[in-house]
Design a binder for this molecule. Structure first.
Ligand code: FE2
Length: 157
């Protein structure tokens, strides 16, 4: 299909920003899947608080996925959130299968959040000139993920 949605950005800006948003969509979809996998498989003394905190993370990841995807659409870029695309392009650290102790789950979530935050901070830099509006969204997503990164670390500090 041609381009039914026009962009207010020029081609170079649109490419930079579209790539940043697409990569963010993919990372956040994977984060939501990882957090649900952990939500179902966590065991241990802190089961309940970790189980509940994981759904808080799922909610944040899903909300931000939608915001990033719809920012892409607003600049005329078609987002791709298909499972195969996520499996190919995600920059998370993933998560192991099977029942997993709460302390291991927490370490895994902290590691995944750190990896995603690092990637987001690179995109904050790359979008600074190309599109400050998108940069603003990436900053707000990163701020919330860094808050969660703190909260998850605090559970085992
Ligand atoms: Fe649940």
């Amino acid at each position: 299909m041609s381009n039914p949605i026009t962009s207010t950005l020029d081609n170079d800006q649109q490419k930079i920003v579209g790539d940043a948003l697409q990569a963010t969509v993919v990372d956040l979809i994977d984060l939501s899947l990882i957090a649900k996998q952990a939500h179902w498989n966590v065991i241990g003394q802190n089961f309940r608080s970790v189980h509940l905190a994981l759904d808080e993370l799922v909610a944040a990841a899903r909300d931000f996925t939608d915001e990033a995807a719809e920012r892409a659409t607003a600049i005329g870029v078609s987002p791709d959130g298909r499972a195969a695309t996520v499996a190919r392009d995600s920059g998370t650290k993933g998560i192991g299968d099977g029942w997993t102790k709460d302390s291991e789950i927490i370490a895994s979530i902290v590691g995944n959040l750190a990896a995603l935050i690092d990637r987001l901070r690179n995109r904050i830099t790359s979008t600074e000139k190309a599109d400050p509006v998108t940069q603003d969204l990436l900053i707000s997503i990163t701020a919330r993920l860094e808050q969660l990164h703190w909260m998850w670390q605090a559970q085992i500090a």
